[in-house]
Design a protein around this ligand. Structure first.
Ligand code: PEP
Ligand code: MG
Length: 517
């Protein structure tokens, strides 16, 4: 007879993926030979007919077809097509680029960064493994291994069996780390709650604008010429945000919800096609040439290091004003509706690197939040904290904690900026690092405990020295990786936050970390 501790320790958390996502039929996959390989970006298996555009994915799905969406890379416009597809395959990108992060959030299979593919998007063909593929050909992909197969390999659906719940319950008894989720929609939040999440650790608010019906007002905000124009666009965005936040607070039954202020890499959000540019120009009563000029002026050589995160609030404080109103009004409404709940929004400022920079944004938040709370004649607590994702923020964590009420490590960016590797492009050369045995793992998937981890450890210690009760979490993709979770336990974080389908993995890994100590 085994003890509960022994049972919890026996299971490899990575194997939970097989219970939570569709897999290839065990007999069929044994006989199959991969024709290529990309990054195992989001687990599960998918089989479908190849389509090359998000619009086709939607249309074909409507017509009853199963499709695999093959793209050079994905962007917010592709979201509906990504949802419609069984799986997503991209030529470019890494473990933390758009396709990977979004697919993981949706629990959908994704193989990213398959550099071997020679793509001809215009003619809807690509070659891989010496074969030319065209629209409608069958393809099978495995997001747990990164393998790509020619033709049909049958899949079997996920099946959570009876003992799963019991093991999870045991795990919860032992773990010290809380497990939250990264969720941007009420649907993801509900899924994560079912899988045991104890709060939202990251709501990427820019992801709330992916749908076709919303992206227009977001683009109007980005392409405004004047503060007045931007205010008009923001006024359209506010009700969307407030409504989404209300639904998130509701879905979480009063559990903590961390809402991160806008952090859109601008190149992902500006319109790309002539049609989209024309539509935007019409909606803003501007000539098409003016919109093109604005898009050109927004071009950045390093968009991931560019005008994003809190830098947007410093240049356009009206964005912070709108988001604060949306969060606080939503919290007030939900608090009024559920008298017994303690709705306490956590407002998180992204990409902070400096105390004064953080304070500039925090002052706006506090001013607006207090006005809203007073006007509503209600008692509502809220916190303003920061992501630690720029190395300077980790180095200056002691100072930043004078103002920041919580820290959350954004280890996607912290890894990018500590190594100086672009999170979207590193896949091009990381292969050579594995071949040369310089790296054993992708640092965007498994936390680099030696370098990035050292910054985290230092930031936690310095933050706590200034503000002993500061709560610290992680919301980079590493928050759902078992060895990284174990590290987070060791350095005394309070919670890890990961995409919904990785919540059980994190629960088990956190319990194992506590038991092995
Ligand atoms: C991060 O950088 O780790 C993070 C969670 O933020 P994003 O991936 O949205 O940049
Ligand atoms: Mg980030």
């Amino acid at each position: 007879m085994r003890t509960e501790e022994e049972a919890v320790l026996m299971i490899d958390p990575r194997n939970l993926d097989t219970l939570l996502h569709p897999q290839f039929d065990a007999v069929a996959i044994k006989k199959a030979k991969p024709i290529g390989r990309g990054l195992a970006a989001s687990p599960g298996a998918a089989c479908g007919k190849i389509v090359f555009t998000a619009a086709d994915a939607k249309e074909w799905k409507k017509a009853g077809e199963k499709v695999v969406l093959v793209r050079l890379e994905t962007s917010p416009e592709d979201i509906e097509g990504m949802k419609a597809a069984e799986g997503i395959l991209t030529v470019r990108g890494g473990m933390t680029s758009h396709a990977a992060v979004v697919a993981r959030g949706m629990g959908e299979c994704c193989v990213s960064g398959c550099q071997e593919i020679v793509m001809d998007e215009e003619n809807k063909t690509f070659t891989l493994g010496g074969k030319a593929f065209k629209e409608g050909d069958w393809l099978s992909i495995d997001g747990s291994t990164g393998n790509i197969y020619d033709g049909v390999i049958p899949t079997v659906d996920a099946s959570i069996v009876g003992e799963f719940g019991r093991i999870m319950m045991w795990a919860d008894k032992f773990r010290k780390l809380k497990v939250r989720t990264n969720a941007d929609t009420p649907r993801d939040a509900k899924k994560a709650r079912e899988l045991g999440a104890e709060g939202i650790g990251l709501c990427r608010t820019e992801h709330m604008f992916f749908s076709q019906s919303r992206i227009m007002s977001f683009r109007q905000m980005i392409c405004s010429d004047t503060v007045e124009e931007r205010r008009i666009a923001l006024a359209k965005i506010l009700p969307y945000q407030q409504d989404d936040f209300e639904q998130l607070f509701e879905a979480l039954d009063g559990q903590p919800v961390t809402i991160r202020f806008l952090d859109p890499p601008l190149h992902e959000f500006v319109p790309h096609t002539e049609d989209e540019i024309a539509l935007l120009a019409k909606s803003m009563h501007k000539p098409i040439s003016r919109i093109k000029d604005i898009i050109d002026s927004l071009h950045e050589f390093n968009p991931m290091m560019g005008h994003r995160g809190c830098r947007l609030c410093v240049t356009y404080p009206e964005i912070a004003v709108m988001q604060t109103k949306a969060v606080i009004r939503a919290a007030i409404n939900v608090q009024k509706k559920h008298k017994g709940w303690n709705v306490k929004p956590e407002i998180m400022i992204p990409l902070t690197g400096d105390l004064k920079e953080f304070k500039f944004v925090k002052d706006i938040v506090v001013h607006v939040a207090n006005e809203e709370i007073q006007a509503a004649e209600i008692k509502l607590n809220y916190e303003v904290g920061t992501m630690i994702e720029v190395p300077r923020a980790a180095l200056c964590a002691g100072e930043i904690a004078e103002e920041a009420e919580f820290f959350c490590f954004g280890t996607n960016d912290l890894t990018q900026m500590t190594f100086g590797f672009s999170r979207d492009d590193a896949g091009k050369f990381l292969g050579a690092y594995y071949d040369q045995k310089i790296f054993e793992n992708d640092p965007f998937a498994k936390l680099d405990q030696v370098g990035v981890g050292k910054l985290m450890k230092m930031a936690v210690a310095d933050g706590k020295a200034t503000r002993p009760k500061i709560h610290c979490g992680i919301c980079g993709e590493h928050g759902g990786d078992p060895t990284s979770v174990e590290f987070c336990h060791r350095i005394g974080l309070n919670y890890v936050s990961c995409s919904p389908y990785r919540v059980p993995i994190a629960r088990l890994a956190a319990a194992q970390a506590a038991l092995r100590k």
